[in-house]
Structures are given as structure tokens and as C-alpha cells.
Design a protein around this ligand. Structure first.
Ligand code: FAD
Length: 318
């Protein structure tokens, strides 16, 4: 395809999100005519762009944009997309992307597809795959408007930094920004890693029996450099923070590996993790519904298996 593609990169606390690089790499597979744009007060660490293979980026700079602003980002990007006649615009389905992508679509009066998990080329256009009905069906959508916005679920394509490139950064200072909506503070809830973007997640359910017993989940997660996730039952019980909840009323995740421990596999939980690449279920009930979607299942008591598993992984790592 030789259409003009634009990938909106996202930076939080100086770190450019892996989900942004994932989409950039994927977009480049379809069109060599792929540009990247980043908005903010500064680029804290330019080497991230080099390492991720981003050859050129337009950096739209304003000192008041240390944090995200719905109004400013929307207006800046609408102008940028129009001025440069971009046809295909890509934004990750992060908290920021969920807010920004529909605003752009409304202002540009164009088609949008949210939370896509795959993209394929189709006669000069793109077909986006989107899970619907709690992931039971996969919908394929083709956008026919001139500008098309694709909001992509993090971890859908995977990303490993390839060879480094020299990144050309075109800085565009902007003064006239609309700050009618501004983020004043961001408080990080939950653990070290955000479940929505982690490559590996170890999730615990009511089968863990208590908040204290989550130390078994945390130990395994720590060995695997994984994020800790939770079912709603344990969040409702106050054992884990809501930021860790996976499912319909929690976060949608798509890691390479999802380990569900003591989780029955209710449809509302599965809705949030079904697109994981590999699912491992540990449950003492062999008929638990989670086994129907698991790639690997261990029928065992979590309290017997978790210490052994953690120890074995520790040994392998040594
Ligand atoms: P349970 O269903 O009680 O399952 C516990 C499992 O642990 C069982 O399978 C049991 O066999 C196993 N077990 C017990 N002891 C052990 C042991 N020692 N070792 C190994 N296994 C053991 N849920 C979500 O998770 N996320 C959501 O976002 C969500 N949103 C919802 C939205 C709505 C509108 C509604 C109605 C419900 C929602 N739910 C959600 C709740 C969902 O329906 C389930 O109630 C919930 O997922 C159950 O959590 P659980 O699997 O941890 O608990």
C-alpha cells in the first residue's frame, strides 16, 4: 500500500509505550509511507525511538503538555492529520488511546474501529479484526471513510526491538493549545507492571482463599517478570486492587502468557483475557470452564503447585 499512515506514539513518565512501537512496526509492514507523531513537553529519552527502529518522528511540543490533555491532543492531531492528508491513523487501546481515538473520529467525522486485535490487507484497504460479545465472535471491519482510525489492543502483534536506526526528530513548537481538559495528576495504582501491557500475567482468583495467599502469585510473577492479575471475585473481596482486575468490568489483556490460578473461567473473566497467546490454567476442579480455553491445564491444588512451579522456574533461570 502506498497510502499515508500515521502512528500516534504515547509517552508516559518519559517512557514511550511498547504498544506504540508495536503498532508502528505493524503499520510499516503495510505501508513504507508510515509516519509517527509524539506530543508532549519533552522527549525524555530519544534512544528509545532509535532502539525501536523509528526512523522519523514529528514531535509536537508545548511546555504545558507534560501530561495528557484530551482537548489539546485532539485539536493538535486533527490539524496535523488534515494538513498532511493522512488516511490511516493508528492509536493503541491504552487509557489515553481509548479517550483520544473516538474524539478524533468525531472531529474528523470519520470511521473508527476500537480495540482491534489484528489487521490484514484487503485490496488497498485494511481489514480490522475486533472481538465482540465477550470475545465469542471475531468481527472483521473495513472502514470506508477517507480518514480511518484504528485503535489497537496492546500486545496484539508483539514487538522486539530490531536493529537500531538513526531517528530524525522534527520538532514543531505549538503555542496555541486548548487546555479546557487537562490531566493534573496521575496516580499509579496496583503493582509494578500494568496488566494491560504486560507480556506475562499471573492471575489469581477466589481459589487463592485470602489476600495473604497472593504471596504465592506474587512470587511466581516475580520469577517470570510478570504482572499480577485478579478476578473480580478477589477484587470485590478487597484482596487485590481494581487496577489488577481482568475481565469485562476490568482490563482487557492480551499477553503472550496468561496463567490463571484458582479462577473458574466465568464468561466475564474470559472476555478480558481470551486473546492471550498462551493460557495456562491451574484449578483443582477438572471441569472448571477455564480449561475449555486453556492451552495447558494443571488439575491441582494451587497451594501444592505454585511453590514447586516457582522453584523450578528459579532453577531454570539459574
Ligand atoms: P470462582 O468462580 O469462585 O472460582 C474459584 C475457582 O477456584 C474454582 O474454579 C475452584 O475450583 C478453584 N479453586 C478453589 N480452591 C482452589 C485451590 N486450592 N487450588 C486451585 N483451584 C482452586 N469477573 C471477572 O473476573 N472480571 C470481570 O471483569 C467481571 N465482570 C463482571 C461483570 C458482570 C456484569 C458480572 C455479572 C460479573 C462479572 N464478573 C467478572 C464476575 C464473574 O461472573 C465471576 O463471578 C468471577 O469471575 C469469579 O471469580 P473466580 O473465578 O475468582 O471465583
Amino acid at each position: 500500500m502506498d497510502n499515508k499512515f500515521l502512528v500516534v506514539l504515547e509517552q508516559r513518565n518519559g517512557i514511550i509505550k511498547k504498544s506504540s512501537f508495536e503498532i508502528y512496526a505493524k503499520a510499516k509492514e503495510f505501508s513504507a509511507n508510515t509516519d509517527a507523531v509524539l506530543i508532549g513537553a519533552s522527549i525524555v529519552d530519544e534512544s528509545q525511538l532509535k532502539q525501536a527502529g523509528v526512523s522519523e518522528v514529528t514531535f509536537i511540543k508545548n511546555n504545558d503538555l507534560e501530561n495528557y490533555s484530551s482537548s489539546a491532543y485532539t485539536n493538535i492531531l486533527v490539524d496535523f492529520i488534515k494538513q498532511n492528508s493522512y488516511e490511516f491513523v493508528f492509536i493503541a487501546n491504552t487509557a489515553l488511546g481509548k479517550d483520544l481515538a473516538p474524539r478524533l473520529a468525531a472531529k474528523l467525522d470519520c470511521g473508527i474501529t476500537m480495540d482491534c486485535t489484528n489487521l490484514t490487507e484487503d485490496a488497498g484497504n485494511l481489514l480490522a479484526t475486533r472481538p465482540v460479545f465477550a470475545g465469542k465472535l471475531l468481527l472483521q471491519q473495513k472502514l470506508t471513510s477517507t480518514v480511518k482510525i484504528f485503535n489497537i489492543r496492546p500486545n496484539s502483534f508483539g514487538f522486539t526491538a530490531g536493529s537500531e536506526v538513526e531517528t530524525k526528530i522534527n520538532v514543531k513548537e505549538t503555542s496555541d493549545i486548548c487546555l479546557s481538559v487537562k490531566t493534573v495528576d496521575v496516580k499509579k495504582a496496583g503493582g509494578k507492571l500494568d496488566v494491560a501491557e504486560a507480556d506475562v500475567i499471573v492471575s489469581g482468583g477466589r481459589g487463592m482463599k485470602s489476600a495473604e495467599n497472593f504471596n504465592h502469585i506474587e512470587s511466581l510473577a516475580s520469577e517470570l517478570n510478570a504482572a499480577v492479575g485478579a478476578s473480580r471475585a478477589v477484587v470485590d473481596a478487597g484482596w487485590r486492587p481494581h487496577a489488577e482486575q481482568v475481565g469485562q468490568t476490568g482490563k482487557t489483556v492480551s499477553p503472550n502468557l496468561y496463567i490463571a490460578v484458582g479462577i473458574s473461567g466465568a464468561i466475564q473473566h474470559i472476555a478480558g483475557m481470551r486473546s492471550s497467546k498462551y493460557i495456562v490454567a491451574i484449578n483443582k476442579d477438572k471441569d472448571a470452564p477455564i480449561f475449555q480455553i486453556a492451552d495447558y491445564g494443571i488439575v491441582a491444588d494451587a497451594f501444592d503447585i505454585l511453590p514447586v512451579l516457582t522453584e523450578e522456574i528459579k532453577k531454570i533461570k539459574q
